[in-house]
Design a protein around this ligand. Structure first.
Ligand SMILES: Nc1ncnc2c1ncn2[C@@H]1O[C@H](COP(=O)(O)OP(=O)(O)OP(=O)(O)O)[C@@H](O)[C@H]1O
Ligand SMILES: [Mg+2]
Length: 509
C-alpha cells in the first residue's frame, strides 16, 4: 500500500494555513493544522509527523523552540516559513540541522505556497538517489549525510580514494562529492581515473576543497569536475548545487535513453520502409504485368471481333468453291473472282492486325482521306454479307471534305455500325441501309426499328450485347473509342421513325 505522509502545518495566518493545507491535501498528504505554538506542541506530543511546516514567528512564541526536541526524537522533515529575512546565521544553522528548505513568505503569499508545494512534489515524485561522498573527514561525511538524507537522498561515504573507486565499481551513483585532499590519492588523480571509465563519463562530480586558489579551481574543473564548493560550505548553497546536479544527471540520462530509443525506432522504421518499398515494387511489377495482359487480352478480343466477319466470308466462299468443284459446275472466271474476294478479305485481316497493334500509338496511321473513301472500303469488305442478306444499300454524297485522320481505324468503326444495322434488319421484310456523307459528317441509318430506350444508355459499354452467343458487345464500345478518343470526334445515336441513326461527326477537329 502507498504510504500516506502526515504533515503538521504550523502557521498563524489562517489564510495561508487554509490555502496551503488544501493544496497539500490535493497532493495526497494528510494535513493537521496548528495556529499557535501551544497547539503545535500538543499535537506533537500526541504523535509523530513525517513533515513539519513551521512558521518561525508565532503569536505565543518562537517556532524554533520546537526544533530542539523534534529532530532528535523523530525523523520529521522540516520546512521553515518566515515572514522576515531573518539573520543569516540562524538560516545556516537551520540548514545544518537538516531542514528541507527555508522559505520567506512573500508579499505574494500564493507564490510562497507554490514554493512549498514544489518541494513536496520534488520529494514525492523522486525515487531515492544514490550519492557517493569521498572525504577523509568523518565530520564532513556525517554533516553531508545528515543534510542530504533528510532530503530523501541515500549517501554512501568513503574515507580514502581507493575505497571510493572500489564503491564506484560496485554500485551505480547519481552524484559524487569529492574531497581534493585525501590521504592516499590526490583528488585530481581520482577525477582522471573516474573519467577514464566510459560508463562514468557523464556522472556529475562536485569537488570540495579547503582552498580556492584560481589555479586549483581551474585545474579541478578542467580535469572533469562539474562544480566546485569551498569548505566549510554553506548548507543551503550545497543543497542547491546537489539538487541541481542530480536533476541535470537525470535529465541527461533521460535524454540519452530517449535518443537511443529514437535511434532504434528510426532503424526499425527504415527497415519497415525498405520492406514496404520492396513490396510496392513487386506489386507494381505485378500490376504492370496484369495490365499488360489485360490490354493484350482486350486487343486480342478486338482483333477477333473485327476478324469474325471476313473469316465468315472466306469460309463461305471456300465452301461454295468446293461445292462447285465437286459438282463440276464451275467456270474459271467465277472462281477467279471469288479468289480475288478471298484475297481482299485476307488483306483486310492483315491490316486489321497492324492497325490495332498501333492503336495506342498516337500519330501513327494518320492519313489524308474522306468519308467517301472510307465508305467505299467498308462496302468492299461487307459486299458479300450485304449480297447474301439481300440488303439494299443507298449511299448519298452531299459533299466531300478532306480529313486528316486515322482512316483504317475509322473504317473499323464504320464496319461495326453497318454490321449492327445488318443484324437489326436481318428479319425485316424490306431491308434498307442509308448512308449519308456530308463533308466531315457521316450518317448510317437502318429500318430496324431503333434501339429500345431501356438499353440506349448501355449500348456503348464494353461487353454489352443483346445478341447472346452471337455478340460480344465490343462493336460499339470500340467504335466510340476510335471516334471519340482517337479521332477526337463524336459518335452519337438517335432513333428515327424507321430505325436507328448513328452519326460520326469529325467537324470539330
Ligand atoms: N442499329 C441498331 N439497331 C438496334 N439496336 C442496335 C443497333 N446497333 C446496336 N444495337 C444494340 O446495341 C448493342 C451493342 O452493340 P455492339 O455492336 O456493341 O455489340 P453487339 O453487336 O451486340 O456484339 P458484336 O459487336 O460483338 O457483334 C447490340 O447488342 C444491340 O442491342
Ligand atoms: Mg456489333
Amino acid at each position: 500500500m502507498k504510504q500516506v505522509f502526515e504533515v503538521l502545518l504550523i502557521e498563524d495566518s489562517k489564510t495561508i494555513n487554509n490555502i496551503l493545507s488544501k493544496r497539500l491535501e490535493e497532493l495526497g498528504l494528510k494535513v493537521t493544522q496548528a495556529f499557535t505554538l501551544k497547539e503545535a506542541e500538543d499535537k506533537l506530543n500526541q504523535k509523530n509527523y513525517d513533515f513539519l511546516i513551521l512558521d518561525l514567528h508565532l503569536p505565543d512564541g518562537e517556532g524554533i523552540d520546537l526544533l530542539g526536541s523534534i529532530q532528535t526524537i523523530t525523523e520529521t522533515k522540516i520546512i521553515v516559513l518566515t515572514s522576515t529575512a531573518d539573520d543569516e546565521s540562524l538560516r545556516q544553522e537551520l540548514f545544518n540541522r537538516g531542514i528541507l528548505d527555508y522559505i520567506i513568505k512573500d508579499q505574494n503569499f500564493l507564490y510562497s505556497v507554490e514554493e512549498v508545494i514544489k518541494i513536496f512534489e520534488h520529494f514525492l515524485s523522486r525515487k531515492k538517489k544514490d550519492i557517493l561522498i569521498i572525504d577523509d573527514s568523518k565530520f564532513v561525511v556525517r554533516q553531508v549525510k545528515r543534510i542530504l538524507e533528510t532530503r530523501n537522498y541515500n549517501v554512501d561515504g568513503a574515507y580514502t580514494g581507493k575505497d571510493g573507486l572500489e564503491l564506484l565499481e560496485k554500485k551505480e551513483y547519481e552524484l559524487i562529492i569529492l574531497d581534493i585532499e585525501l590521504p592516499d590519492l590526490h583528488g585530481l588523480e581520482i577525477l582522471k581515473k573516474i573519467r577514464e571509465k566510459p560508463y562514468l563519463i557523464y556522472l556529475p562530480i562536485i569537488v570540495l576543497s579547503g582552498s580556492n586558489t584560481p589555479g586549483l579551481v581551474r585545474k579541478i574543473l578542467k580535469s572533469g569536475a562539474n562544480d566546485y564548493i569551498k569548505k566549510p560550505f554553506v548548507a543551503e548553497e550545497f543543497i542547491l548545487k546537489v539538487d541541481f546536479w542530480i536533476d541535470y544527471f537525470e535529465q541527461q540520462m533521460q535524454l540519452k535513453r530517449k535518443t537511443v530509443e529514437l535511434q532504434r525506432l528510426n532503424e526499425k522504421l527504415e527497415q519497415i520502409v525498405k520492406v514496404e518499398v520492396a513490396k510496392n515494387v513487386e506489386q507494381e511489377k505485378m500490376l504492370l504485368a496484369q495490365s499488360r495482359l489485360a490490354a493484350m487480352g482486350e486487343l486480342i478480343a478486338i482483333i477477333a471481333h473485327q476478324w469474325r466477319q471476313p473469316l465468315n466470308v472466306i469460309s463461305t466462299i471456300a465452301n461454295n468453291v468446293k461445292i462447285w468443284l465437286e459438282l463440276k459446275e464451275y467456270d474459271i472466271e467465277k472462281i477467279k473472282e471469288n479468289c480475288e474476294h478471298i484475297l481482299r478479305q485476307i488483306n483486310y485481316l492483315d491490316t486489321t492486325i497492324e492497325d490495332f497493334r498501333n492503336f495506342f500509338k498516337p500519330q501513327k496511321n494518320i492519313v489524308k482521306t474522306d468519308f467517301g473513301k472510307i465508305v467505299q472500303k467498308a462496302v468492299e469488305i461487307l459486299e458479300h454479307l450485304l449480297y447474301v442478306k439481300d440488303i439494299e444499300l443507298d449511299i448519298e454524297k452531299k459533299s466531300i471534305k478532306e480529313l486528316k485522320t486515322y482512316e483504317n481505324d475509322l473504317l473499323q468503326a464504320v464496319i461495326n455500325i453497318i454490321k449492327n444495322a445488318v443484324d437489326a434488319i436481318e428479319n425485316k421484310r424490306v431491308r434498307k441501309i442509308k448512308i449519308l456523307i456530308d463533308g466531315c459528317k457521316l450518317e448510317i441509318a437502318d429500318n430496324g426499328g431503333g434501339v429500345p430506350s431501356k438499353i440506349i444508355k448501355k449500348i456503348f459499354e464494353p461487353y454489352f450485347s443483346t445478341k447472346g452467343e452471337k455478340g460480344t458487345g465490343l462493336g460499339l464500345y470500340l467504335s466510340k473509342l476510335i471516334v471519340e478518343e482517337k479521332c477526337k470526334g463524336k459518335l452519337e445515336l438517335r432513333n428515327e421513325k424507321d430505325g436507328a441513326v448513328f452519326t460520326i461527326n469529325l467537324c470539330k477537329n
